[in-house]
Design a protein around this ligand. Structure first.
Ligand code: C2E
Ligand code: CA
Ligand code: CA
Ligand code: CA
Length: 277
């Protein structure tokens, strides 16, 4: 067994180092990818649990690097955050989402879109005006757009982020607390934040079929969200058993591989036409 290290001594960790170095090297490539359309957006269906009706899609960034292959969103979002490109990334994803949202509406199949925000984006006072401009440009009603903000990312930022959250809410867009339950102060956030939706973290959803603790958490979050008048979404629904349990608990909306993986837009459109037949 490894001996305990004296305080202050750190082990050199090659895996961590190479990851950091790789991230640095990716900064310039990401800039190019954001400008050239190399950074793509995939869409994952959000489905009503009761009748499996498709109501919207979450927009998820995808990057196929010409030399390194697929880079995980965790990695390139960290690169974007550390190199001042996060704003541009959000703009690229939101613009792609709105463009398709307009197309689906024009084709007689309106769908809502959900876009992920980092809490840091909420510290930019110009962001709500830009959202307003883009909504006008693509003629998308604000109520069809949800912004998902990860609960852990809000830690310590919430006071400063609140004014932006209120301005976004006043625009009419919907706000969702993502990865709910994984932060440090979940319950107090629900009381404090001007949000419309809670997204139960996939770790609890995936555990609920086998772990009574996870099941209890999911049940409690659904009950609490109801009390607060919030929409509940379960993410990471992978099995029929989980789906049935969520149905019994009265969860309204689900998302996960059980319904569909995130898809490129052409494949989503095929999926859509199969669903409406
Ligand atoms: P997230 O917002 O929690 O997104 C859901 C993640 O779960 C996605 O991973 C999705 O592919 C995956 N997922 C969906 N259904 C299932 C399932 O049934 N089982 C399992 N095991 N996984 C499922 P992905 O695409 O790798 O994204 C990871 C995270 O990266 C996202 O987590 C989100 O926080 C962030 N992200 C992705 N795109 C963007 C973006 O455009 N902007 C920002 N700020 N963050 C983004
Ligand atoms: Ca999300
Ligand atoms: Ca999530
Ligand atoms: Ca999650």
């Amino acid at each position: 067994a490894a001996k305990a290290l004296p305080y202050g001594v750190q082990l050199f960790h090659p895996a961590l180092e190479s990851r950091a170095v790789r991230r640095l090297g990716l900064a310039a490539d990401l800039r190019r990818a954001l400008d050239s359309g190399e950074l793509e957006v995939h869409f994952q269906p959000k489905v009503t649990i009761q009748d499996r009706h498709l109501i919207g899609v979450e927009c998820l960034a995808r990057w196929q690097h010409p030399a390194h292959g697929e880079v995980s969103p965790e990695d390139f979002i960290a690169v974007a955050e550390h190199t001042g490109q996060l704003h541009r990334l959000t703009e690229v994803v939101l613009t792609a989402g709105l463009r398709h949202c307009r197309e689906w509406a024009d084709a007689g199949r309106p769908l809502s879109i959900a876009v992920n925000l980092s809490a840091r984006t909420l510290l930019d006072p110009r962001f709500p005006d830009q959202v307003h401009e883009l909504l006008k440009q693509y003629r998308v009603p604000a109520g069809q757009v949800t912004f998902e903000i990860s609960e852990p990312s809000m830690l310590g930022e919430i006071e400063r982020a609140l004014p932006t959250l209120y301005r976004l809410r006043d625009l009419g867009v919907r706000l969702s607390v993502d990865d709910f339950g994984t932060g440090a102060s979940s319950l107090s956030y629900l009381r404090q934040l001007p949000v419309h939706e809670v997204k139960i973290d996939d770790s609890f959803v995936q555990g609920m079929a086998t772990d009574s603790g996870d099941l209890a958490i999911v049940r409690a979050v659904i009950g609490l969200s109801r009390e607060f008048g919030l929409t509940v979404v379960a993410e990471g629904v992978e099995s029929e058993l989980t789906f049935d349990l969520l149905d019994e608990l009265g969860c309204e909306i689900g998302q996960g591989y059980f319904f569909s993986r995130p898809l490129p837009v052409e494949r989503l459109n095929t999926w859509l036409s199969a669903q409406t037949e």
